[in-house]
Design a protein around this ligand. Structure first.
Ligand SMILES: [Zn+2]
Ligand SMILES: [Zn+2]
Length: 391
């Protein structure tokens, strides 16, 4: 397959303006109404006709292929922003106080539109579904898109995330774990309150909580194979209000991260077991709630191969870079992979001479050149996958 066409100057202007407009008007998860309208207009402007609103504030558009008999593949961009006050100094900075596209989803949405533009011009073997997904940051949008039925029958899906650890033109497209599961636990330790001077009359949940926080750390250090990644973080401790009062209860809350189903299961079951065991030691009861978040994101080998071939076509072999250390963040693209093949890529977004800056920070700003790199790679991934399904 020959290298994909580049973007014209007019395309580049259109996509840059779209991205800046989305950036200026960020909207939180499930509130992406202006964003939805703007993206709908952008898809219409590039000639897409089969556009549908799905999953409340999401959109899908079907870009016809050369044959209606070839199975459909999909390209997904997420569209929501974060409750962060922007401090980038950009002249197209957020005009919505306290809300910011600090995770680059303005770029991801534009990638999907850019891929639609390229695929409309040079169609894949079969149709490609463009998915503009709301509510990634709360881990709910992918499930809502799947439940809408819009992707029924779709065989493979591609998506990506801007990443300033990598230069523009570098892409991670590899099989296996790419992002972690993200489950939330809450543990309430309940005992007997008492005067601070008479601890022997209490069953003290403060001391119990202190021991439990440390005991939870031994799950990763003593129970998990040291060659496998896993995280248990206690991020919130609530209990007590006076220096001389032992309270009746203390609540701990935290997050559990794993990159495989087996590790996820070990960490969650051990968290529960250890909480009850430590509580019993201190004559407390433990109420443990674990809310399932996104599952681990594991790219399938077939789709990772197609995505890697697309990166080679667009940028050459040297552009394919390894992930390096495992990413313990969560990404709700994982839900799509329980239904179909797929590859989620990390797409370089650092300008020459630039430094790494993390997403979810007030100064995060991806290079705008990443707009065209991501769109080209996603369009080409869809073409290569579609050709494979065409047989
Ligand atoms: Zn994010
Ligand atoms: Zn993100």
């Amino acid at each position: 397959m020959s290298a994909p066409e580049g973007f014209t100057d007019a395309d580049r202007a259109l996509l840059t303006e779209l991205r800046r407009d989305l950036h200026r008007h960020p909207e939180l998860s499930w509130k992406e109404t202006r964003t939805q309208e703007r993206l709908e207009r952008a898809l219409r402007d590039i000639g897409a006709s089969d556009i549908r609103r799905v999953a409340n504030t999401g959109l899908v558009a079907r870009i016809p292929g050369r044959s209606a008999r070839v199975p459909v593949v999909a390209v997904r961009g997420d569209i929501d922003a974060l409750p962060i006050a922007e401090h980038t100094g950009l002249d197209f900075a957020s005009q919505n106080p306290g809300v910011m596209h600090a995770c680059g989803h303005d770029v991801h949405a534009t990638w999907a539109v850019g891929a639609a533009l390229l695929l409309a011009r040079h169609p894949a073997a079969g149709a490609v579904m463009i998915v503009l997904q709301p509510a990634e940051e709360v881990g709910e949008g992918a499930t809502a898109i799947l439940e809408s039925g819009a992707l029924d029958g779709v065989r493979a899906i591609f998506g990506g995330h801007v990443d300033r650890r990598f230069a523009v033109g570098e892409v991670v497209a590899q099989a296996g774990p790419l992002a972690a599961s993200a489950d939330t636990f809450t543990i309430t330790l309940t005992g007997i309150g008492a005067h601070g001077a008479r601890p022997h009359h209490s069953a003290d949940p403060i001391v119990g909580a202190a021991e439990l926080i440390l005991a939870l750390q031994t799950i990763v250090s003593r129970r998990l194979d040291p060659a496998l990644p896993g995280v248990i973080t206690v991020g919130a401790v609530h209990g007590g209000h006076a220096p001389n009062v032992i309270p009746e209860s203390v609540e701990l809350a935290g997050t559990i991260r794993a990159t495989t189903a087996a590790v996820r299961s070990l960490l969650t079951s051990e968290t529960t077991r250890v909480a009850h065991a430590v509580a019993a030691t201190h004559r407390l009861t433990a109420q443990v709630t674990i809310a399932d978040g996104t599952p681990p994101l594991e790219n399938t080998a077939d789709a990772a191969g197609w995505a890697a071939a697309a990166v080679r076509d667009v940028f050459g072999e040297a552009a394919l870079v390894p992930l390096g250390t495992t990413n313990m963040g969560g990404e709700d693209f994982a839900y799509y992979l329980s239904r179909m093949s797929g590859c989620f890529m990390r797409i370089g977004a650092r300008e020459p001479g630039g430094e790494h800056r993390d997403v979810h920070t007030p100064s995060f700003a991806p290079s705008e050149e990443a707009l065209f790199a991501g769109a080209s790679v996603l369009a080409q991934s869809a073409r290569i996958a579609s050709r494979a399904f065409a047989g």
